[in-house]
Unconditional design. Structure first.
Lengths: 504, 699
């Protein structure tokens, strides 16, 4: 690994952070004519990053992973990137959702902290790409921690007391989780002497001590479990999501929580390997915790009055599917888990975007404030309905496809109990999302005041908001209707699974 | 304008569907089916239109076109936004049904099924009244649960390598339980949509609050989507590709663990549904609720015919023929009835039978059309009702005959004789229900000012009703229209289809069939007279028959048996403890050097333990008994309360008309809510039980 590989990988990683530095040069001022340039720079940086990620899809599908060595921190472990199918899958969903969130944020974010948040957004995009393409556990850990810390800036954007306290909660949870991941990394390194990700597991090649590796896996489970919102480690989710501005909540749900699940997948399949996973004896416990997470979080979501809290708990529940499928350690279930990570990201993104525009129109939180919203913001209401149906798993939307593969995977892994959890979770998803739709369309609307309707007009005609919502919903529909098309997440996931399970 | 565009596109889609079916008909006749694939969703959506699909599609298109006509005057007073929503819903449900009826595999079927269920919610809540939202909530909960049951079934079947609606599943012994679970999930899921007993609680509310043109669609076609699903579930194992002449039973045995048992369960489910449906229909005083309960009953007939087809196995062609013929008859007749009742509501301003009357002279065309529909359900000659009811009747007769004996042995087949008798009883009830509808609406003196001033409405109402009426008569005088597709479908399933023509034309010439129909009609009229004279339908249900008492009795019986079980267990524990003590004494005695005091102590200890157990058991027994008594009491209190309010509503002459009807309405709602809650609770119980069973078997 002495020669640096294809340069596009480095570009994908560094483009957005460099652009972020450039944006800091322009002062934020509504009257500033340079504002338009800044917007163009932000959007084009994110779009270019997405394009570069798309560039890597074709070779990844063929099973040829491009690699690039950034620098050598330690003699044994370089800081290196590698664009295999699994990484490309996560990179695509992260870059795609990031672009949409950025476009949304341009129409949504207000106040004096904009410049900081935009910079954090762009650097965070780079970190997310680093997480996706990391070639070894050390690289992964570096970018993962970077992403966690940058996200703190997104959570506290408003700098209200509420946001600051939520940010503190978030930081404590995530740093403790990160330190556990670091502990796991150290144990692994001490035992194996190699941290590179290899499909099938790098730990197998060496005569490592099984009990130490079980300890490492436990550390990873707890560490990534915090980020993946595995109950009872989910405490930060319901605080951070409502406090963050809508586009940042979308990223928290779609990319950051997913990063925990992604890390768990990486470590399980590419470091420990299937045999060690089964030998550790922790999988049944993981399945139990995930099953409980799916059901309990869905029930908690049902109780919430604040729409964003509801959606946050829904994320906890939905990511529970992913870990539940991971705990089966079977090819079809893993396929479902990978696809669900991507599909869920876009659906939840659309839902948070819409929640943001509802909050913008009514200026209040709570279900009662949503009554009659279909008249005030018809476009957002329709988009919310579609995305909600998708998340419930109504065909032919994205959620159905991932739930179909998850369900088949559970049966394939001979775990009908998990299938029951999946279906009960989906039924509960209907129970906590359909009342929102009911409020939007059918509930008795309060008498509209002049101010409210004026703002409504404003929201459904703000180009940034409309474009982001429309694109997220379009992706939701497209991922469902054409799920099996080449280059779509399903194909990438198939490749990733076949690399790890052989032929699957 | 938006509403008009939507309405036009509904009509256009319906016309296109009809045209497509007409164009495909010769191809289907030649090749058995037409299939194509669309790459989408998980892999591809696969479609196949065979004769049964074509029949259902033609029926759907015809009724949707008629409903689009009828909707014009029905919705004339709604705000334009709501009208647009209605027509958009009609378009969505039409597309969903086209998907459903032309599906080639379970996934595609599920796509149509789910969209049908979700979009029809907008029909139910159309009027926006609290009653509509209440009915809508019940509807949505059951529809979602049914949809997920179907999805579970589809997942299970697909994971076993099946899913195509026309291909045999690979047969492995290990899969027997999974296959049973899949079959049950599919049956329960489709049963919700078909309004089968226990899962029907959504139906009366939903069908009576929807606008008449939508009720016609809900009752006429959407219920059939459930029956269609059950039919496809039962025939899912027929090998069409191989073109073998293997009898159906042999092929189907490869699919579900015990096809015959499944079929006989469906048969009795159908019989129970038809009886309860018709009994409840006879009690209704609201025209649309009456029709809704009658729909439940008629779906029971269809289920019974499907069950009979399964029971008959290789000789089941007559059952399938009966089921398909009755699906068509009931769909057309019930749509016709809802259209005409809708016209009556528009003209006379109410669907309460107590506010109608004497409309025969005022609405002569509507009267004549409604007579055709009512006659078809009673089995009158000249309509396809005679044919379909007679064929179903014969199918039930045969299943109690040698074929049933061959499958189940003489004892079980003797029970099937009762299925046939209960079918006859249902026919009498149906005749009474239809007589009630006709007599109370059209004869006697008008019982309200609006009924006195009623005039025929728009021509569109009558034309919409005339379309299904024409189809009913056409099927009777030209049975070839039904015979050819039926025969082709039966051949595709590997069954002899040659006799279909004879079955379809026999009832017209057979004295027995005509006599049976005439007798049933006469008995029905007599039954109606009896009910009306004794005002049975205005009386509260006797406590012995009410749901509450039944549940209380069940609870008490359960408590008693549980108590007995506990007593037995306590006795066994006592014996065990004493025996243990004795054994210990004995063993100590044999041991050298054992001291007697210790033995004595141990014996006392054992006895004390046994007595303690006894005390606990006694306390539990007392608790059970008091709980049972409390349940009894509350049930009786509830029954008394309902009874009192009924009596109040009926007898209190001092109350004004409005107060009286409000009181009646409230009471009926309370009864409805209670029976719905109990139905839901029972279904939940069954679901939990199934889950436990599944977890126990597979977990």
């Amino acid at each position: 690994m002495s020669t640096p590989g294809p340069l596009w990988l480095a570009f994908a990683l560094l483009l957005a952070p460099v652009a972020a530095l450039a944006t800091l040069a322009w002062p934020v001022d509504a009257a500033n004519p340079a504002r338009r340039w800044r917007t163009a720079l932000l959007v084009s940086a994110a779009a270019l990053t997405l394009a570069l990620c798309l560039l890597g899809v074709a070779p990844a599908l063929r099973g040829e992973a491009a690699t690039f060595e950034l620098l050598r921190l330690t003699p044994q472990v370089p800081l290196a990137l590698r664009a295999d199918a699994l990484g490309s899958l996560y990179a695509l969903s992260a870059a795609g959702l990031w672009l949409l969130a950025l476009i949304y944020a341009l129409g949504y974010l207000q106040g004096p902290n904009q410049a900081r948040t935009y910079a954090a957004l762009l650097v965070g995009l780079g970190a997310a790409i680093g997480v996706a393409y990391a070639a070894n556990l050390l690289t992964f850990f570096v970018f993962y921690e970077l992403l966690s810390v940058l996200t703190y800036l997104l959570v506290i954007h408003d700098q209200t007391p509420r946001a600051l306290s939520a940010g503190l909660t978030y930081l404590v949870y995530v740093l403790v989780g990160g330190s556990l991941v670091l502990a796991g990394t150290l144990v692994t390194f001490a035992q194996v002497g190699d941290l590179s990700f290899q499909p099938g597991g790098s730990a197998l090649a060496f005569g490592a001590d099984p009990s130490s590796l079980t300890l490492a896996f436990l550390c990873f489970l707890l560490g990534f479990g915090v980020k993946a919102a595995l109950m009872p480690l989910h405490g930060w989710v319901a605080e951070a999501h409502p406090a963050a501005p809508a586009p940042c909540s979308a990223l928290l749900s779609g990319v950051l929580v997913a990063a925990g699940a992604f890390g768990l997948l990486r470590v399980s399949f590419d470091i420990l390997g299937l045999e060690r996973l089964h030998a550790s004896g922790l999988l049944p416990w993981l399945a139990l915790a995930s099953g409980a997470t799916v059901i309990v979080a869905a029930l908690r979501a049902w109780q919430q009055d604040d729409l964003k809290r509801r959606l946050a708990y829904s994320t906890v529940s939905q990511l529970g599917y992913v870990t539940l499928a991971l705990a089966q350690a079977a090819p079809l279930a893993t396929l479902g888990a990978l696809v669900h990570v991507v599909h869920h990201a876009f659906m939840k993104g659309a839902l948070f975007f819409c929640a943001g525009s509802f909050a913008h129109v009514s200026g209040r939180r709570g279900m009662a404030a949503l009554a009659g919203m279909s008249k005030l913001a018809p476009f957002s209401a329709a988009a919310f309905t579609l995305a909600a149906l998708g998340l419930i798993g109504v065909p032919p939307l994205a959620g159905f496809v991932s739930k179909w593969w998850l369900g088949l995977g559970m049966l394939d892994a001979d775990a009908p109990g998990a299938l029951v959890v999946l279906l009960v979770g989906a039924l509960l998803a209907a129970a906590y999302l359909l009342p929102v739709v009911y409020q939007l369309y059918l509930a008795e609307a309060p008498p509209p005041s002049e101010g409210a309707s004026g703002r409504a007009h404003h929201v459904d005609h703000k180009p940034g908001l409309v474009i982001a919502i429309a694109a997220a919903v379009a992706v939701t529909v497209l991922l469902g209707l054409a799920a099996d098309a080449t280059g779509f997440p399903l194909a990438l996931a198939r490749q990733a699974v076949s690399e790890r399970f052989g032929g699957g | 304008v938006r509403a008009q565009v939507m309405r036009a596109s509904v009509a256009a889609t319906a016309a296109l569907t009809l045209l497509a079916v007409a164009l495909l008909a010769p191809v289907i006749a030649e090749h058995g089916s037409v299939s194509w694939q669309v790459p989408a969703l998980v892999g591809e959506l696969r479609f196949r239109i065979d004769a049964l699909s074509a029949l259902c599609l033609a029926l759907t298109a015809l009724l949707w076109g008629a409903a689009a006509l009828h909707a014009g005057p029905t919705l004339a007073h709604d705000p334009p936004g709501r009208r647009a929503r209605y027509h958009a819903t009609a378009l969505a449900t039409l597309l969903a049904l086209v998907t459903l009826f032309s599906a080639a595999d379970l996934i595609t079927l599920y796509v149509g099924f789910e969209w049908l269920g979700l979009s029809a919610y907008l029909f139910v809540i159309h009027s926006g009244t609290p009653a509509a939202f209440r009915a809508g909530r019940t509807y949505l909960v059951l529809t979602l649960a049914g949809g997920f049951a179907v999805l579970t079934g589809a997942l299970l079947v697909t994971s076993m390598g099946g899913g195509d609606l026309g291909v045999v599943l690979p047969l492995t012994d290990a899969d027997a339980e999974l296959r049973l679970a899949a079959a049950l999930c599919l049956l329960l899921g489709f049963g919700v949509k078909a309004g089968a007993l226990g899962l029907h609680v959504w139906l009366p509310g939903a069908h009576s609050v929807a606008p008449s043109s939508a009720s016609a669609l809900l009752s006429g076609v959407m219920l059939k989507a459930g029956a269609y699903g059950i039919a496809r579930t039962l025939t899912g194992g027929v090998d069409t590709s191989a073109g073998t002449t293997a009898l159906r039973a042999a092929a189907a045995a490869a699919v579900w663990p015990s096809q015959a048992q499944l079929a006989v369960a469906v048969l009795w489910w159908g019989v129970a549904t038809m009886l309860l449906g018709v009994a409840l229909a006879l009690r209704q005083r609201h025209a649309k609720r009456l029709l809704a309960y009658s729909s439940i009953s008629q779906m029971g007939v269809v289920l019974a015919a499907l069950g009979a087809a399964g029971v008959l196995g290789g000789a089941g062609a007559i059952g399938w023929a009966g089921a398909v013929a009755h699906v068509l008859t009931h769909a057309l007749a019930k749509a016709l009835l809802f259209f005409t009742v809708g016209a009556v509501i528009l003209a006379a301003g109410s669907a309460e039978l107590d506010r109608l009357g004497g409309l025969a002279r005022r609405l002569p065309m509507t009267f004549a059309l409604l007579l055709v529909g009512a006659g078809a359900l009673m089995g009158a000659p000249g309509t396809s009702g005679l044919i379909s009811k007679s064929v179903v009747h014969h199918a039930l007769e045969y299943s109690a005959g040698p074929a049933g004996v061959a499958t189940f042995g003489a004892g079980a087949a003797a029970a099937l004789v009762w299925a046939e008798r209960l079918f006859v009883l249902t026919s009498v009830g149906t005749a009474a229900v239809m007589t009630k509808l006709v007599v109370l609406t059209f004869f006697g003196r008008p019982r309200s000012l609006a009924a006195e001033r009623a005039r025929e409405g728009s021509w569109a109402l009558r034309l919409a009703a005339a379309l299904p009426a024409g189809a009913l008569v056409l099927l009777a005088v030209w049975p070839v229209a039904l015979e050819r597709p039926l025969a082709s479908q039966l051949r595709a399933w590997g069954l002899p289809g040659g006799e279909v023509g004879a079955w379809l034309s026999a009832p017209l010439r057979s004295g027995a069939d005509l006599g049976a129909v005439a007798l049933a009609a006469l008995a029905g009229v007599a039954l109606f007279g009896l009910v009306e004279r004794s005002a049975l339908d205005r009386r509260p249900l006797p406590a012995a028959l009410s749901f509450d008492t039944g549940v209380a009795a069940l609870a008490a019986a359960w408590a008693r048996s549980a108590q007995r079980l506990r007593q037995r267990r306590a006795a066994a524990q006592h014996t065990w403890a004493s025996g243990l003590g004795a054994w210990r004494i004995a063993s100590r005695w044999r041991t050298p050097g054992a001291d007697g005091g210790a033995i004595e102590r141990r014996f006392a200890q054992a006895r004390r333990a046994a007595l303690r157990t006894d005390a606990v058991e006694a306390r539990v027994r007392v608790a059970w008994r008091s709980a049972a008594v409390a349940a009894w009491r509350s049930a009786h209190r509830a029954a008394a309360r309902l009874d009192a309010s009924w009596r109040l509503a009926r007898d209190h002459a001092a109350l004004s008309e409005a107060e009286r009807s409000e009181l009646l309405e409230r009471t009926r709602r309370r009864i409805d809510r209670r029976s719905r809650d109990i139905g839901l609770a029972l279904s939940a119980l069954v679901a939990v039980w199934l889950l436990l069973l599944a977890a126990f078997r597979f977990g």
